[in-house]
Design a protein around this ligand. Structure first.
Ligand code: UD1
Length: 418
């Protein structure tokens, strides 16, 4: 078993270059099965979720090669129409293969996906939307069978602006000869990125980033060369690391606009932030101030994925921070581990009340999920003494080379095998 060993209370300094966004790369990789020619993706992060997606693409019949952060995908003439349970179970985003498989083959058979343990993560919005598109959906014993003789474009009103459902509908309807409208669509930057990628391949999609996305289906998609946008969540996580350790850090390769929804929280905590083009220097005070109230919301609101590392840094702020999670039920799994390290967090349903303490103390803790794992790293960096974090497979889903990057910034952190 691997563990991260962190000797805390070392200030960070220097520069960190943010990688490509996992949540943008994943749907784009799924989209590649729609393209008739080779796709070349640059800035593709080296993460286990990406490796698993590549494994699914290879299982389906695609040729995929990787050289550092460049991934090349050549589609197959005879794609498989199913994904086995062991591949599906590794991550929830594998459900995004459903839309493109149906678009390409008129049928697909997938098992219900795995992913972070964040409470019930239903896919009813995906499936109900598919039914509106003239796709027959059969669910039985944890697997989903979809079939259609022809996808018929229509106007879909999402009951909630689900990121995954928006992506799946875009991918299911991009080919053909109909028109689809998605009302109350998700507006996350990763949706705009998917639209940009598809349009580069010859699609006719508009409206991403706004309430209504219009998909005019096209006969075919060709290939393209595309560079994945920077990961706003990795950026905000490193901002939390800087804040928790009272450090000054320059965070490069960011999209300033995408960082905007988290900026108020760091400013309220007393951090100084200096933006230049595509980079940010964050300068944290010796002791952070409390943040009055943070509430997670869909974009452009405060992102749920940035929450846990910010909760970790608020644990050692002066005063009480109130955090309200509105997207995922079990986002707070890691708070018990933070409390083991000396934090004082109380959970009341979706609200976390964080009473600031003077310091974290090193402890043996387990990553419970991806962002919760990042919160433990944050606490470990700020803690008095040594922290051992296990269950690193969660952290490796979303943070490339985390111990290497942090070591370069001055942290005392290493990965050990037991
Ligand atoms: C994506 C991100 C994830 C992020 C989330 C919200 C990827 C790979 N993952 O996840 O990191 O935290 O957006 O920004 O991009 N819901 C339903 N029925 C559905 C679909 C969703 O009830 O059919 C609910 C979910 O249970 C959840 C909420 O809607 O409570 C948000 O889900 P959604 O926006 O779909 O998130 P994901 O696409 O799973």
């Amino acid at each position: 078993m691997e563990r991260l060993v962190i000797n805390g209370k070392r200030p960070l300094s220097g520069e960190i270059k943010i990688h490509g966004a996992k949540n943008a790369a994943l749907p784009i990789l799924c989209a590649c099965i729609l393209c008739d020619e080779k796709v070349i993706l640059h800035n593709c992060p080296k993460l286990s979720d990406i490796d698993n997606t590549i494994e699914i693409l290879r299982y389906l019949g695609c040729k995929v090669s990787r050289d550092e952060d460049t991934v090349e995908i050549s589609n197959s003439d005879c794609l498989k129409d199913n994904i086995p349970r062991d591949l599906m179970n590794k991550m929830r985003s594998s459900i995004i293969f459903l839309g493109p498989l149906i678009a390409k083959l008129g049928k697909a058979n997938l098992c219900l996906p795995g992913g972070c343990e964040l409470g019930p993560r239903p896919i009813d919005i995906h499936l109900k939307s598919f039914e509106k598109l003239n796709i027959d959906v059969f669910e039985h014993r944890g697997s989903i069978d979809c079939k259609t003789d022809k996808i018929k474009g229509t106007s879909i009103n999402l009951p909630f602006p689900s990121v995954g459902a928006t992506e799946n509908i875009m991918l299911a309807t991009v080919l053909g000869n109909t028109k689809t409208l998605i009302h109350n669509a998700a507006r996350e930057p990763e949706i705009i990125e998917l639209q940009n990628f598809l349009n580069k391949c010859g699609a006719d999609i508009s409206g991403a980033g706004e309430n209504c996305i219009i998909i005019n289906a096209v006969k075919k998609l060709h290939g393209c060369e595309h560079s994945i946008l920077p990961d706003r969540i990795e950026a905000s996580t490193y901002m939390s690391f800087a804040a928790a350790t009272g450090s000054s850090l320059t965070i490069k390769n960011i999209c300033n606009e995408h960082i905007e929804p988290v900026v108020f929280a760091f400013r309220e905590a007393g951090c100084d932030m200096n933006f230049k083009e595509n980079e940010l220097t964050i300068c944290a005070p010796k002791r952070l101030k409390r943040i009055m109230h943070i509430k997670t919301l869909v974009y452009p609101g405060f992102p749920t994925d940035s929450g846990m590392p910010i909760i970790a840094m608020s644990c050692i702020a002066e005063g009480t921070t109130i955090f309200e999670e509105t997207i995922f039920q079990n986002r707070y799994n890691a708070t018990a581990e933070l409390n083991k390290m000396g934090a004082n967090i109380k959970i009341y349903d979706r609200i976390a009340v964080i009473e600031g303490v003077k310091s974290f103390y090193g402890a043996d803790v387990e990553a419970t999920d991806l962002r919760g794992g990042a919160a433990l790293v944050c606490a470990g960096l700020a803690a008095q003494g040594t922290t051992n974090i296990t269950q690193l497979q969660h952290i490796d889903r979303g943070y490339e080379n985390i111990e290497h990057n942090l070591s370069l910034l001055g942290a005392d952190i290493k990965r050990e095998k037991n």
